[in-house]
Ligand binder design. Sequence first.
Ligand code: ADP
Length: 508
Amino acid sequence: MYNKYIVPEKFKRYRLVAIFVIFSLPATALAVTAWFLSISTPFFKSPGQILLVLIGIGALLILSSSLFITYTKHNYLKPLDTIIFLFQSLISRTYKPLPNQTYLGEFKPLYLMLNQLQSSLDVNNSNYSTLNQTTAAQNKLFDTTVFETTDPIIILNQKLEIKFVNLAVENFTGIKKMDSVGKRIDQFVRFYDKNNSEIIPSVYAPVIKDNPARKIFTHPEIKIVSNINRQSFADITVWQPEMGEVIDVSCVIMLQDKTKEKQLEAMKLDFVSMAAHELRTPLTSIKGYISVFIKENEKILSPDQMMFITRINTSTQQLAGLVENLLSVSRVERGAMSLHTQIIDWVANVKSQAETFEHRADEKRISFKFITPEKKIPQVQVDLVRINEVLNNMISNALNYTEPMGKIEIWITFDNDLVCTHIKDTGKGIPKEALTKLFSKFFRVQGGSAEQASKGNGLGLYLSKAIVELHKGKIWAESEGVNKGSTFSFCLPAVAETVDLNVLTKHM
Ligand code: ADP
């Protein structure tokens, strides 16, 4: 069937006209002869004769038209049928073009265009199928990578329902993939911050349409509780994909499992706190005996003996300080540090604490000044022992990390219902990259002098931050860089704004 049509008759307009003329010639000749006879002879005078001639002409016309139609149908409409057929074969993908020279006549350009169409369709089809294969392979690669990766990954749709979870999520939450997909995220897992406050989906997975791909939420060490009550810990990062609405994805939640670290940390804490407790009792008695010994033998000891015993005393004090710090750290981390608060005049307290350092500052030839505030500073509600640990640690650090002839200034400000204390020194300063880590456990800026190194343990600022935050305050450090001095500040809520400090004890 295909071959029957593929090389149609040549189609030429002038031929069609010529054929029409040829086929109409007998009827036209008859009509002309009849007309000529009618005017030159009396032969066609009767109406019967005229009718006869007209019928003859009509019959001839019908005959010639049918012949014309048959001819054109066969020879000229056939190319049109061919074209229809070729289009159909193009659609059904059975089209087979012939060499260009095979096509003749006025429809030749049309056939050639059909051939071009077919080859461009072929190219598109092959591109399309390559694209399909590539997409399928990429999807497979994505699925395998994401599914097998060891960090839990959850993908949510626009309704915050789970669209995808990987294998790690199953291990992490104890819930099978099929039991989680389709559920709203908060029916599956709930996230809690360090203070045990729930982080709700609208916070970590806000649905924002028409936005570029970006990180929308991160939080370190959140607690994750699954709906079968399995508890784990992870750092969370939430990404919003580009054009997520096209594939009905609102965000990708990536968790970095920290459960083992957390368990290890808890074990370390247990050990540290137990060891510190055990050290505390003998240390207290050593400290007691040394101070009694110094008191009773002050007069009879030689200068060398006095120097030795003073050094022993100082080191014992430092060791006792470290043990106390370690105990405080374990209390903070367990959420067991409680506050016993009272309302105090903060300015008077800072002034009297600062005075206790004047002697040390004089010895080190450091200019040391407490600047009394000009305006009235409201009272604050604090645990005096704890908050003075913060204050003393900061002043002590300023003295430790400032060279002789340097300068230390302490002043208090009141802004936005916060009473802030600032301790500025002209000491060794803090490199920019260390500023963010200053308040982490055991962090110490490298490169201090041996004397400075022997004094610290990197716990003071960590504890200070914990204590200030328990008071619902904030703490920070500023420095222009190494050897450019630093300013440490912490703020506490003024008494009118004081929150119920009895509930400030941390729970983990
Ligand atoms: P440390 O017991 O080592 O002083 P801290 O937690 O109090 O522990 O301080 C952590 C580190 O921060 C210190 O080791 C020191 O490197 C840096 N630091 C603290 N205060 C100052 C300061 N006033 N000037 C320069 N560096 C400081």
